[in-house]
Design a protein around this ligand. Structure first.
Ligand code: SAH
Length: 255
């Protein structure tokens, strides 16, 4: 029996292919198989022209592939090939279910390694031109999601985390944005707290919306695109970036 290959859990970054790490690009060029999420852009996959591509993504509102099946596909690929890249949007270690895949690989005796990537919160902060922290005024950041998996009990621990930190980065929060904002206001976060949504951060079709927790119901969000919600001072953005000094809640084309 040939020894199993190695699986690299690689961060693809937020979308733009040139936000990949050099290590990620090298591994893509070497990979025999690339198992990728739906979020991964075609331009990134083009860096692995020789590889067999397997789309294994799960997206809300799209046909989903159960995680257990994904784990099996990764293990099977490693048993048949030398270099397997499991390409995940952003950073694999944030809301990427990397640990479940690592546990499946360990159970199968398959070597693995993680390659970090640029996470969506960092990409959104870059778009807004505001750092997630600021000396003296923003000393803490929370990465949260209010979204729970099928069959998982609702969990409200995120409310405490979001209430207690200066900057909040919400992953997978677009669909529940009004409910999420209302829950935070009910928990005592001021309604005037700046809130911004950045859709498709780093891609040509990126869009920014700026408002407050109180006006979050007015956010115009397209279904089916990745959206980062930032709450706190960085969500104000830098006014000089707004084309023609647009009002804070105006829809902007950021490119
Ligand atoms: N591991 C990823 C997150 C996966 S969860 C990371 O580190 O970024 C998927 C969520 O990430 C999306 O629902 C959205 O909230 C966010 N996201 C991913 N790519 C994004 C992008 N280009 N722009 C805005 N948000 C993005």
């Amino acid at each position: 029996m040939i020894p199993p290959g190695k699986v690299w859990l690689v961060g693809a970054g937020p979308g733009a292919a040139d936000l990949l790490t050099l290590r990620a690009a090298r591994l893509l060029a070497e990979a025999e198989v690339v198992l990728h999420d739906a979020l991964v852009d075609e331009a990134v996959l083009a860096l692995a022209p020789q590889a067999r591509r397997v789309a294994v993504g799960k997206r809300a509102c799209r046909p989903s592939t159960a995680q257990r099946f994904i784990n099996k596909q990764i293990v099977d690929a490693a048993r048949a090939h030398g270099t397997v890249v499991r390409l995940k949007g952003g950073d694999p270690m944030l809301f990427g279910r990397a640990e479940e895949e690592i546990e499946a690989l360990e159970a199968a005796g398959i070597p693995w390694e993680v390659v970090p990537g640029v996470t969506a919160a960092s990409a959104a902060a870059a778009v807004l031109g505001r750092s997630l922290t600021r000396r003296g005024t923003a000393r803490s950041v929370s990465f949260i999601t209010a979204s729970v998996g099928e069959g998982e009990a609702p969990n409200h621990a995120w409310i405490e985390a979001a209430r207690g930190t200066d900057t909040v980065a919400v992953y997978m929060g677009a669909r529940q944005l009004p409910a999420l904002a209302a829950a935070l206001v009910a928990a005592g976060k001021p309604a005037a707290t700046p809130l911004a949504t950045v859709a498709n951060a780093s891609l040509p079709q990126q869009r920014i919306w700026r408002g407050t927790l109180g006006s979050a119901t007015e956010a115009v969000l397209e279904a089916g695109v990745p959206v980062m919600v930032l709450i706190g001072a960085p969500a104000q953005g830098r006014l000089e970036q707004a084309p023609g000094g647009a009002e804070p809640s105006a829809m902007e084309h950021a490119a």
